[in-house]
Design a protein around this ligand. Structure first.
Ligand SMILES: C[S@@+](CC[C@H](N)C(=O)[O-])C[C@H]1O[C@@H](n2cnc3c(N)ncnc32)[C@H](O)[C@@H]1O
Ligand code: SF4
Length: 465
């Protein structure tokens, strides 16, 4: 007989795990990208940009650099794996062209409060190429030059050293997130990502010496050969480096979509009960070390802006995880990137050739997108509140959207009843409150408010446990 496992976040017996271990979205957007369609074109984006300009306010800019030198087998990001560094310059030229096209749409005067470079591996580019992109961004958008923006970049410590970090600081970046995943050698071998402690430490130390405002580390749980014990060793090493933030992502295993994941042997993966033990143990260990759980997957020190925003009720979820800049529309540049402007999502083509052809012909490289309905806006708000604050105040929703919560969401509320019985959440006439062990199953709770879930669609998402 399998024994139930105890964590301070609750008791999970095998039956309960079986009932909740389904596939579901991570809700970095609502509706999810599954709803995007190709009737959304350049003119729809122009209309969205006009709505965004009419509303005004600061902007957020995301730039995607897809290249990586080697492939990590687990990776679910949009990337191009190549050793040929000559591929970078033509892409940089294309990004500069897209920045000019996008800059024209948004005009002058909208301060860039938030800037993020992600990948792939942004530092696959040379220092000179990174300077070129930042200079073009500054020509076409109102970048802040006083270090008050939140300007962040994703770093693979194997692709950066102290010199790179100094260049990035000079370019205006003030936050970095570093991919670590796991320090255990056996895990690193199984996922083809060999990364020493020394490489990681060098970059963390350099970021501190250069005066970066925040260092964040990414870990993944659910990778091959991980156990509760092995992951706690990685966690202790990470805690000793004292990052300001930590992301502990649930490994999204979708080998039919991401080919390199087929090199990961399913029999080496920890089972759902072990994964819950890793997550529950991590939450406990990090709380002891003084970190606060910020919604799904994310932790921060109590004085970090994310933790403060959570306390103040101003935290929001976006494509990069969580953000304190809800009011910003996000203009995304580069292959596969997703903009969120004027109540619409717009995704660029993932194909480098199609991207080049579009921008060099003066066209925006849009592949698909989606304009949110009023009902989508309402549900997006509800899901974002639950996943950010673990709490929902019905009166607040009624006031904001002019609905009666109980009748509008009658179906969702009845779907939540079994979760109430399982002590994942508390419901009364005025509030929904996620209980400690419900935090581990936050995606299941949000799914009750998602209008678009259907059995075929669900297969596109990873397992929630
Ligand atoms: C877009 S990647 C870029 C980071 C950078 N290239 C690096 O590897 O350090 C950002 C993070 O996504 C996470 N990630 C990638 N694939 C994942 C997967 N299949 N499941 C969960 N998290 C994943 C990893 O933690 C990774 O650090
Ligand atoms: S995890 Fe980072 S380095 Fe590894 S393949 Fe994905 S994007 Fe590239």
């Amino acid at each position: 007989m399998t024994m139930p496992q105890t964590t301070s976040t609750g008791l999970f017996d095998p039956d309960l795990i079986r009932r909740y271990d389904k596939s579901g979205p991570r809700y970095t957007s609502y509706p999810t990208a599954v709803q995007f369609h190709d009737q959304f074109d350049e003119s729809a984006y122009r209309a969205a940009a006009a709505r965004s300009n009419a509303a005004g306010g600061p902007l957020s800019i995301y730039t995607h650099i897809p290249f990586c030198d080697t492939v990590c087998y687990y990776c679910a990001c949009n990337k191009v794996v190549t050793k040929d560094r000559n591929r970078a310059q033509p892409y940089v030229d294309d990004v500069v062209l897209e920045l000019a096209l996008q800059g024209k749409l948004f005009g002058e005067g909208r301060a860039v409060d938030q800037l993020h470079w992600g990948g792939g591996t942004p530092t696959f580019l040379s220092d000179e190429q990174m300077r070129e992109i930042m200079a073009a961004t500054g020509r076409h958008f109102a970048l802040k030059t006083d270090d008050t923006g939140e300007y962040s970049i994703e770093i693979d410590p194997r692709e950066a050293d102290a010199g790179t970090i100094a260049v990035l600081r000079d370019l205006g970046f003030n936050r970095i997130s570093l991919g670590v995943q796991d320090f255990d050698e056996r895990v690193q071998e199984a996922v083809n990502r060999i990364q020493s402690y020394a490489e990681t430490k060098e970059v963390v130390d350099a970021a501190r010496a250069e005066g970066f405002h925040g260092v964040s580390l990414d870990l993944i749980y659910g990778l091959p050969h991980q156990s509760g014990d092995s992951f706690m060793r990685t966690l202790d090493t990470v805690i000793a480096m004292a990052p300001d933030r930590l992301s502990i992502f649930n490994y999204a295993h979708l080998p039919t979509r991401f080919k390199p994941q087929r090199r990961i042997h399913t029999e080496d993966l920890p089972n759902p009960a072990e994964k819950l033990r890793i997550l529950g143990g991590s939450i406990e260990r990090l709380q002891e070390a003084g970190y606060v759980l910020i919604g799904m997957d994310h932790f921060a020190k109590p004085d970090d802006p994310l933790a403060i925003a959570q306390r103040n009720g101003t935290l929001h979820r976006n494509f990069q995880g969580y953000s304190t800049h809800a009011e910003c529309d996000m203009v995304a540049v580069g292959v596969s990137s997703i903009s969120q402007v004027g109540g619409a999502f717009s995704q660029n083509t993932k194909d480098l050739v199609a991207y080049h052809e579009a921008v060099s012909a003066g066209r925006l490289p849009i592949e698909r997108g989606y304009v949110l309905t009023d009902e989508d806006q309402l549900r997006r708000y509800v899901i974002s509140e639950i996943i950010s604050h673990f709490r929902l105040d019905f009166a607040q929703v009624e006031q904001k959207f002019g609905i009666s919560f109980a009748s509008h969401f009658a179906e969702a509320l009845s779907e939540l009843q079994p979760m109430v019985a399982d002590e994942l959440l508390h419901l009364d006439n005025n509030h929904l409150e996620v209980l400690p062990r419900g935090r581990l199953l936050i995606r299941n709770i949000c799914m009750a408010f998602d209008q678009y879930l259907n059995p075929e669609g669900l297969q596109r998402f990873s397992k929630v446990i």
